[in-house]
Ligand binder design. Sequence first.
Ligand SMILES: Nc1ncnc2c1ncn2[C@@H]1O[C@H](COP(=O)(O)OP(=O)(O)OP(=O)(O)O)[C@@H](O)[C@H]1O
Length: 302
Amino acid sequence: MAIIEVDDLVKRYGDHTALSGVSFAVEEGEIFGILGPNGAGKTTTVECVEGLRTPDGGAVRVCGIDPQRDTGELRHLLGAQLQESELPDRLTVREAMELYSSFYRDRADWRELVDRLNLTGTLGTQFRRLSGGQQQRLSIALALIGNPRVAVLDELTTGLDPQARRDTWDLIEGIRDRGVTIVLVTHFMEEAERLCDRLAVIDSGRLVALDSPAGLVARVDDRQRVRFRPSAPLDHAVLTALPEVTSVERAGSQLVVTGTGDLLLAVTTVLARHQVVAAGLRVEQTSLDDAFVALTGRPLDT
Ligand SMILES: Nc1ncnc2c1ncn2[C@@H]1O[C@H](COP(=O)(O)OP(=O)(O)OP(=O)(O)O)[C@@H](O)[C@H]1O
């Protein structure tokens, strides 16, 4: 069942069109990623879902309600991660939890939340004295304090070190396992690949693809590359003659053979027939990065 429906969403800032007709539906219980380069329109999209921006066209529904018209109800259904600047520096973790918990009719047990997010030792600590990872976890706790059905997390792990990022991913999966649908805005390909059930790729205000990470890769390309250093000179024609091979290129001392199907077997069989040993042989599959480049024409800037 779709819990969020975005239909032909248009948003302009003056003469700049930030979104020109974006449509997608988020299914209940999934981790739905919104991936795209800087300025693509990701934050604008989620701000329209959160009722923080008024669309210039199209429609948004969250659990069937219009976020613009029913902001009061939306607050109880959707938890949004706060931006850092939204919390007073001197507010302690305990004060923040008590204050935000008072805003909701269905309140999570904030002590349990604090415990789950590994913040128990920080209850008396002021916001400004928390580490980046602790501030991030607090903002997640505050997004979940009203027991929402959907949590929107924007650039969740930006600024975190690799370990803190991985810990946060585990946390997000735990939240999803408790039945909360998650919309995750991200810049990080690895994060998208690891966490998201489906991804909306947005570029220049348009939805360029919507699929699972594996589906995006398969849709773009099922090519593989085999790289190796031949032990003796080899006529490229013996490789290009193979039906599995689409191209053969030299990269320094290496040969890079691109193709489909059982490429590795075809290449190694020919090499054995010509008594050529393949040193440092590697097989490379198309990655989500490659898929992103194929879809948008450029790499994702991090
Ligand atoms: N309040 C605003 N006024 C004018 N232009 C804006 C405003 N907010 C965003 N924009 C512009 O709209 C476009 C989309 O911005 P948005 O923040 O939605 O992109 P984003 O994909 O979230 O980017 P980032 O990854 O950099 O946060 C950008 O060109 C941005 O400069």
